[in-house]
Design a protein around this ligand. Structure first.
Ligand SMILES: Cc1cc2nc3c(=O)[nH]c(=O)nc-3n(C[C@H](O)[C@H](O)[C@H](O)COP(=O)(O)O)c2cc1C
Length: 403
């Protein structure tokens, strides 16, 4: 299959799987512990049915979405995915460009291989910076300064990893920084020569440029990665959030909120938006799927802040379902990572196109020409199913006679 033949995110994932060594592909695909949360994220989307409305004029369909004073071409953006440079050299630059061309936001990871300054050259206002707060607060302050100086559009503080999650598949695979592959896996990697050449041509593991200025002068890729591990994960409190709110003048988003009471508290602390997220099943295996918790959070916060969501989105119809249940905006993590890993910029762009087209088709099929007009009435409400009343007694007896 070639990129042009890829019809779905599943097809793009297969292309990425073909290009990447098994261990590297699984670094994207894996979750934590028994990986039930990973599965739950997708199955919970599928629990919802969209009920089409007949005779609607859907000749013109509109999926633009407004967020933080910007109008985006589609109601979704790209979630931060760290160490993307392992999957393809300079993947972060390609993701930033694909998002800019598609006019959707790109969140650059605080664990990027490419520096803030280089990513910001592409489309700073369209790029948000995701912060993994460092144990040394001075480093976090400096990240904020760099994001401000380069004109990045928003700050996203990720809070769902206060301690390291138990990523058993990665441990078994030796997928870490730098990767440590078993001899058989090294042989398997040789079946994926284009990736191996791309990786080795630039001297092996790319350096985490974002973190390099804080490591020892002249530190190589492995030392910078080790330094990153001494600073992250870090434990943050509501007081730290207040500190970030004071020092960041722009839009502030907290990513990884799962409780309605925390969402309300975020609003009280001056946060502009939250991303309901379980890190795509890579943090707490027993966390609910974000789509399960979304209606509860929306009911608690209403319009006080922007309610966004990621984890498990693989179809445009997932994004439609999320909107019906109250999301203002949706993000995707693995999908675009698979795209960029498979074929670079073209692959990432293809993923954005597929999702845009699927949203468009879904809007047409359910009889709702505007994405922003979607609501819970498009979702099959099983709780409200009418109970079928039994036939009146005289009819019952006639039925029995006939039988
Ligand atoms: C390989 C990989 C790396 C990730 N790195 C980060 C990161 O650096 N920062 C962060 O906040 N989330 C990170 N995430 C989580 C994503 O931002 C997002 O929450 C998740 O991928 C959404 O689920 P999905 O992959 O099912 O779309 C990462 C996810 C993956 C798969």
């Amino acid at each position: 299959m070639r990129l042009g033949e890829a019809l779905s995110i599943g097809d793009i994932e297969r292309l990425a799987k073909r290009r990447l060594p098994r261990v590297v592909y699984e670094g994207i695909a894996s979750g934590v512990e028994d990986e039930r949360g990973l599965v739950r994220n997708e199955t919970e989307f599928h629990r919802h049915r969209l009920v089409p409305r007949a005779f609607a004029d859907v000749t013109e369909r509109e999926q633009t979405a407004s967020l933080f004073g910007q109008t985006y071409a589609s109601p979704f953006g790209i979630s931060p995915t760290g160490i993307a440079g392992i999957f393809r050299r300079d993947a972060e630059l390609m993701l930033a460009r694909a998002a800019s061309e598609a006019r959707v936001p790109f969140v650059m990871s605080g664990a990027s291989m490419v520096s803030i300054e280089r990513v910001a050259q592409i489309d700073p206002a369209n790029t948000w910076f995701q912060l993994y707060a460092a144990r040394d607060a001075k480093i976090s302050d400096d990240f904020l300064r760099r994001a401000r100086d380069t004109g990045l559009g928003a700050l996203v503080l990720t809070v769902d990893n206060p301690v390291s999650p138990k990523r058993e598949r990665d441990v078994r695979n030796g997928f870490r920084l730098p990767p440590k592959l078993a001899p058989l896996d090294m042989l398997e990697a040789l079946l994926h020569l284009p990736w191996v050449i791309d990786y080795l041509r630039h001297g092996g593991m790319p350096i985490m440029e974002t973190w390099a200025p804080y490591a020892a002068p002249g530190a190589g890729a492995a030392e910078v990665a080790r330094f990153f591990r001494t600073q992250s994960p870090s434990i943050q409190t509501w007081r730290d959030l207040d500190g970030f709110r004071r020092s960041w003048p722009g839009k502030l988003v907290v990513k990884g909120i799962m409780r309605p009471s925390d969402a309300v508290r975020c609003a009280e602390h001056g946060v502009d938006g939250i991303v309901i997220s379980n890190h795509g099943g890579k943090a707490l295996d027993r966390a609910p799927a974000p789509i399960e918790i979304l209606p509860h959070i929306k009911a608690a916060v209403g319009e006080r802040l922007a309610v966004m969501l990621d984890s498990g989105v693989r179809r445009g119809s997932d994004i439609v379902v999320a909107r019906c249940l109250g999301a203002d905006f949706v993000f995707i993590g693995r999908a675009t990572l698979y795209g960029v890993a498979a074929t670079g910029l073209a692959g990432a762009s293809r993923v954005l196109d597929i999702l845009r087209e699927e949203i468009d088709t879904t809007l047409g099929l359910i009889g709702c020409p505007r994405f922003d007009a979607l609501g819970p009435d498009f979702i099959l409400n099983r709780a409200a199913e009418p109970t079928v009343s039994p036939a009146p007694p005289d009819r019952q007896s006639r039925l029995v006679e006939r039988i």
